[in-house]
Design a protein around this ligand. Sequence first.
Ligand SMILES: [Zn+2]
Length: 307
Amino acid sequence: MKANIFLFHRVSPQRDKLWDPLSPGRFDEVLNYLKKNFYIENAETILSGNFKTSNSKPFAAIVFDDGYKDYIEYALPILKKHNLPSSMYVVTSCVESGIPPWTYVLDNALANTKKNKIEVDSSLLPEELKNTSWKNETDKIAFAKKLKPFLKTVSNSVRKKIYEQVIKSLDDVQPPQNLMMNWKDINEIKSGGTVVGSHTVSHPLLAKIESEEEIEIELKLSAEKIKEQTSEFPSTISYPIGSYDERVKKLAKKTGYKFGLAVQQQVLDTTKHNVFEVPRIELYNEPMLKTKLRINGTLEKIKKVLR
Ligand SMILES: [Zn+2]
């Protein structure tokens, strides 16, 4: 069986220089297009193979990572209008603290700081990032756009070290306190039919964590917290930034999850993919034409040819 699992994060009219949410209008347009072209079910229903349909359209699911509150304000009303189900994967430390994941906090600090340099141990940085001061806004945004991809390539401990130094340097910016859902919100969306799953405790790149114990803590404590707060053990772990390896797959299964979701901009093919390496297709705030190319896989094909 094949299915397209579409991944979203924020849906909001708010604009962002570094990580732009999907506008509600575009989200509505995307859902209209998905409804016309796919038979939409919950990701968990599709993955468990627990359904009967005579529908001839291909399967698709709509899933959200991170647990932003704008899901309730903007995404849910539009999903309800189209009568479409969805799943939400939450980062439990963010639910507890109200502070967004480090990926957001980093972008937010760099986008909004008035400072013109950061104090970071430059031995941890590659050549193109060693100059940690900037002359103007353009310079700063260019630095930010290189820093985050670099942080996704290093070990989890190095990533944390650099991140902490950057955030300490940019102490003129505080992370927003009103962006994340709390447990009350999560229980409300769950009663409304949203499937709730885990997106770990602290949003690390799981495959970049050196010790298996630490990977297990991320998988286990987040699931236990969700069980404690919603009375249901989550069946899905969504790997932050799609990062997983053989250890992560093994430990996710051992923890008691049924499904592990990655991000590979590919269609799920159950004859090819294991349930702990389910690919998802991420959609962004892009022109509808580009979004359609992403949805039907043409964009990936073009990229492959160009590579
Ligand atoms: Zn995430």
